[in-house]
Ligand binder design. Structure first.
Ligand SMILES: C[S@@+](CC[C@H](N)C(=O)[O-])C[C@H]1O[C@@H](n2cnc3c(N)ncnc32)[C@H](O)[C@@H]1O
Length: 547
């Protein structure tokens, strides 16, 4: 249950309790720190702090989950079995049980056609003393027969050539600039005409966090990896190598490791808590000291830009401020009592103030890191969130439901490309949540008002452009009724296999078709169809599961 709700429940047991009077008293406090301290004291007085749940390796859990995996394996559900075996690896306490979990995962990997990964796990099972060596040697021989070079799961990250680099904006091409006005705040504007398909930004995250339950990406470098190794202490973090595991531990994981198990029970904690906390743990003392004035350059690898990102604290309602303060107080209580972070030079007050600010920054600016993934074991692919990141320059792009720039991820690198022609002087817009092609206006507007605190006035909203669903799109293909049927054939391939080579070959054709169709706005059915297909193409080139 939410921390503030737990507290209100306890307060409401008193017959004289009146929520509005209580909130007025809370809002009359002069600073956010005073407000957090007030809620902290209240949580203490009413024993409403979130519970601490000790995490730890446990062989019984590991064995039970492995058995679950075995049942799925027998039903030929190999990727589901793979998930269970990975959880079993995370939970194993002794070498013997770990060896069994690795051995079983190697069998699932073999069935999934991931022979190289299977060999890696076989090696680990043997090193940890797997009893039936002959069985694993036979599996090894089989894998060696099929082993082939691993194809990357996504297209290489494109590059911005040095001559095209922006002189002042670290991650941008020299075709945009940052402007500011009353209506849009800071925003990004084209300084020359930009063509469809042109890369505008390539940016590394200042910080990112994978979703807690993510099993096939490295939690440190976000590379796709089907033979991850577990953290030595907790049951939540996986790494592609010991190098990544050790780096994560020394940089920040040593502080978050004992807390992850307890924090996962707090609603919405993945982005609202884990990303801000990692940002603070990772930057340590730097976070609490003042930064020198900017030398006029907009950097992606500097804390200053992150600290200057927008928040909407001034327009946030008292309920939400109280909710955030309760969350901060609850998390600080866990950090204080169960992590070594405050044992160094950091004061509790600093942590409270900064966690509050960073939570607000993340809420407004963090970007969902996505991959293109097969839906429910079919070969229809769809975009799915795998984590969240903070990208300081990308955060300056405003939203449109008919965005002219689209984002994609290659590992944790974000790539922004033009998906419409953009004229010199025009604003570049990304899409924060959903676009007019797939979501209805009330849904889009509801999300933006509630979470991003503005009303969208893009053309799609103002002119109420009709929604265009992938189902329509498939029906179109089935009927062979649209004039660009041949052009859309690649999309059949996209939905049935996400073929990188095919998409790359057809991309030019798509772009030229889009150029023709965008001249005829307001959009026709074929315009929407082509734009949808173009967005799907770029999805195919970004993060994608291999199986
Ligand atoms: C991630 S920030 C974008 C950068 C921001 N404009 C700034 O000044 O830092 C998101 C905020 O920008 C503003 N915003 C984004 N898109 C907008 C739009 N289409 N119209 C008006 N305001 C917008 C809203 O205030 C929103 O909460």
């Amino acid at each position: 249950m939410d921390i503030h709700v737990e507290l209100w429940k306890k307060l409401a047991e008193h017959p004289d309790f009146e929520l509005s009077t209580y909130l007025n008293k809370f809002m009359s406090l002069s600073s956010n720190l005073d407000q957090i301290n007030f809620v902290y004291d209240e949580l203490e007085k009413h024993s409403a702090f979130p519970q601490f749940h000790k995490d730890g390796k446990n062989d019984i859990t590991s064995i039970a989950v492995r058995h679950e995996g075995n049942k799925l394996y027998k039903k030929n559900l190999f990727s589901n079995a793979f998930n269970c075996y990975t959880v079993s690896i995370l939970a194993a306490k002794t070498k013997e049980v770990l060896a069994l979990a690795y051995a079983n995962r190697s069998a699932a990997l073999l069935k999934m056609g991931l022979y190289k990964e299977s060999l890696t796990d076989i090696g680990r099972a043997l090193v940890n003393g797997y009893p039936n060596k002959a069985k694993l040697t036979a599996r090894q021989d089989y894998c060696n027969m099929f082993k082939k070079p691993i194809l990357p799961a996504y297209e290489k990250v494109p590059k911005i050539r040095n001559v095209e680099r922006h002189p002042f904006i670290q991650s941008a091409k020299n075709c945009v600039e940052i402007r500011r006005n009353e209506r849009f705040g800071r925003h990004v504007v084209a300084t020359r005409d930009i063509k469809i398909g042109e890369v505008v930004v390539i940016e590394q995250p200042f910080a990112f966090k994978l979703l807690d339950q993510e099993l096939v990406y490295c939690h440190e470098c976000l590379e796709l990896c089907y033979c991850n190794i577990p953290c030595d202490h907790c049951t939540r973090s996986l790494y592609c190598s010991t190098t990544c595991k050790d780096k994560a531990f020394s940089d920040y994981h040593k502080y978050e490791c004992p807390l992850l198990h307890s924090i996962k029970g707090i609603p919405g904690s993945n982005e609202s808590v884990l990303l801000p906390l990692k940002l603070i743990f990772q930057n340590g003392q730097k976070f609490f000291t003042e930064v020198p004035p900017s030398p006029g350059v907009y950097r992606s690898d500097r804390l200053r830009e992150i600290r200057d990102l927008q928040t909407h604290l001034d327009t946030t309602d008292p309920f939400t401020v109280f909710e955030k303060c309760a969350l901060v107080a609850g998390i600080v209580h866990l950090v204080k009592n169960h992590s070594s972070f405050l044992e160094s030079a950091f004061s509790e007050e600093h942590l409270k103030e900064n966690l509050f600010k960073v939570m607000l920054i993340c809420e407004l600016n963090s970007v969902e890191i996505t991959e293109f993934t097969p839906k429910d074991n079919t070969d229809i692919f769809e975009k799915q969130q795998i984590g969240a990141g903070l990208y300081s320059f990308c955060s300056l792009f405003n939203h449109s439901c008919c965005n002219n720039v689209a984002k994609n991820f290659h590992g944790n690198t974000i790539v922004l490309r033009a998906v419409n022609s953009i004229k010199k002087g025009e604003q570049c817009f990304v899409n924060y949540s959903s676009n007019y092609l797939v979501d209805l206006k009330p849904f889009r507007q509801g999300y933006l008002t509630q979470h991003k605190f503005f009303t969208c006035t893009c053309r799609a909203c103002e002119e109420d452009w009709p929604i265009f669903t992938p189902i329509d799109f498939q029906a179109n293909i089935a009927l062979h009724s649209c004039d660009c049927f041949n052009l859309l054939l690649p999309v059949v391939v996209i939905t049935g296999g996400a073929n990188v080579a095919y998409v790359k070959e057809k991309l030019k054709l798509f772009i030229s078709e889009m150029q023709k169709k965008e001249k005829k706005l307001p959009p026709s059915r074929n315009y929407s169809l082509t734009k949808y297909a173009l967005l799907q193409c770029y999805n195919v080139l970004g993060n994608k599961r291999r199986v």
